[in-house]
Write a protein that binds this ligand. Structure first.
Ligand code: CU
Length: 154
């Protein structure tokens, strides 16, 4: 191999290294943050004027008791009361588990309590997109509720 061709080879390798570096820097500095960024959500939807309170009432673990998640069916409006809090007022731990395990909000992420909600504790979630779904309590599947989240009607 002559001196010239090995020099050309070196320049070629250098160009590839520089090219790859520029690509990596672009990917990590611009492309990646953009693709991981949360969608833009209006301020009134992120911080609605009211919270919707749902109570897991005493005796919810009793299958004979009709009422558990109270209220069971709620219509919610984005920007009004789309911040939802489940309070466990029972003496038994419960969960808030979507019937569709894949349910997620584009801004807030996967829906559902990460584990059990102990007596006196709560689970909260802010919905940012219209969605209708049902949920239940994992240890007590007869405990069910339905949420209907729609655009503000004002
Ligand atoms: Cu339960």
């Amino acid at each position: 191999m002559s001196a010239t061709s090995s020099h050309a080879y070196g320049v070629g390798v250098l160009a590839i290294i520089i090219g790859a570096s520029v690509g990596i820097v672009y990917y990590t500095s611009f492309y990646l943050p953009e693709s991981l960024a949360k969608p833009k959500v209006d301020e009134e939807v992120l911080h609605p004027i009211k919270s919707t309170i749902i109570e897991m009432i005493p005796g919810s673990s009793n299958q004979q008791q009709q009422d558990n998640f109270e209220p069971k069916l709620i219509n919610i409006q984005l920007g009004i009361d789309n911040h939802v809090v489940w309070n466990n007022k029972d003496i038994t731990a419960h969960t808030v588990t979507p019937d569709d395990a894949a349910l997620k909000d584009p801004y807030s992420g996967p829906f559902g309590s990460p584990g059990v909600i102990k007596p006196g504790e709560s689970y909260e979630f802010t919905f940012t997109k219209p969605v209708n779904f049902s949920y239940h309590c994992s240890p007590h599947p007869w405990m069910t509720g339905t949420l209907k989240i729609g655009e503000s009607r004002i």
